[in-house]
Design a protein around this ligand. Structure first.
Ligand SMILES: Nc1ccn([C@@H]2O[C@H](COP(=O)(O)OP(=O)(O)OP(=O)(O)O)[C@@H](O)[C@H]2O)c(=O)n1
Ligand SMILES: C[C@](O)(CO)[C@H](O)COP(=O)(O)O
Length: 241
């Protein structure tokens, strides 16, 4: 039987690297705010049952009115405030599920943690995530690196070169058994949290459980800096044509 799946959509970041006055996830891209693209994918998905949106603290009403109600995202069960760092926002999302905001069944299901700044998640990625989490308990979307990667020291001198076939670029959704990732984050919040940049790390560090990578997509980019907006426009025009 299919387990209940909740998507936590992260929308509480400042977008400092984008440098715009409006947070990047609310910038209009080909007619709608960037955040709407992933919400549409989850809304249409056969796999995702519920969505918890994590907005910037104080922006919950804005997100409810200008995004959720305006674009009719009926799977959104709650819009909750995020925190200072990405992991604080994820933790708030997980606590919302633990507190029953997505219903009782969701507590024993799977959670898809997704960056609201990644507009091109699609049903194929969502389905691959489901198959992978069922088999492995903890998994993350990613793609093999097309470039050689160097580890550098603080003066930017190459220290070593990982064998490229073992280097993957990690994306979201990062998909977990809800109970497992909640336990991992609970433990993280009691310890040192330096350099935590994704959810897989939390499971690796706190639970010593292997995290499997599943195939994301080279189009599943995170909108981070201004040139990403041009890339994203190009993808949308390509999809439409
Ligand atoms: N405290 C935070 C920080 C990030 N995020 C979200 O996590 C995702 C991670 O993407 P990132 O590019 O790091 O977003 P920002 O933190 O907004 O960007 P920057 O680091 O440039 O400020 C984004 O959807 C962002 O909104 C969040 O919900 N809460
Ligand atoms: C989780 C993530 O999207 C994986 O690539 C990414 O690490 C989050 O972005 P950040 O810029 O490091 O917060």
């Amino acid at each position: 039987m299919k387990k209940r799946c909740v998507a936590i959509v992260l929308s509480a970041g400042q977008g400092k690297r984008m440098g715009t006055s409006i947070q990047k996830q609310y910038i209009e891209l080909c007619g709608k705010p960037i955040i709407c693209y992933c919400l549409e994918a989850f809304e249409k998905s056969e796999i995702i049952d519920d969505v918890i949106m994590v907005a910037g603290a104080g922006q919950e009403d804005y997100v409810t009115e200008e995004i959720v109600n305006k674009y009719h995202f009926g799977k959104v069960r709650a819009v909750i405030p995020g925190g200072k760092e990405r992991y604080d926002s994820v933790w708030n999302g997980l606590k919302a599920i633990r507190d029953g905001m997505a219903g009782e069944e969701a507590k024993e299901g799977y959670v898809y943690i997704h960056d609201g700044a990644r507009p091109f998640v699609d049903e194929q990625i969502i389905k691959r995530g489901y198959a992978c989490v069922k088999a492995n308990r903890a998994c993350v979307a990613g793609v093999p690196s097309k470039d050689t990667v160097k580890i550098v020291d603080e003066n930017q001198f190459a220290v070593n070169t990982p064998v490229r076939k073992y280097v993957w670029i990690v994306q979201t959704p990062q998909v977990f058994e809800t109970e497992l990732i909640t336990q991992a984050y609970k433990s993280l919040m009691e310890h040192d949290r330096e350099n935590v940049t994704d959810d897989a790390m939390v499971v690796e560090q706190e639970m010593q459980i292997p995290v499997k990578l599943y195939e994301g997509s080279y189009c599943n980019i995170k909108i981070t800096t201004p040139e990403d907006l041009d890339t994203a426009k190009g993808f949308i025009e390509h999809i439409k044509s």
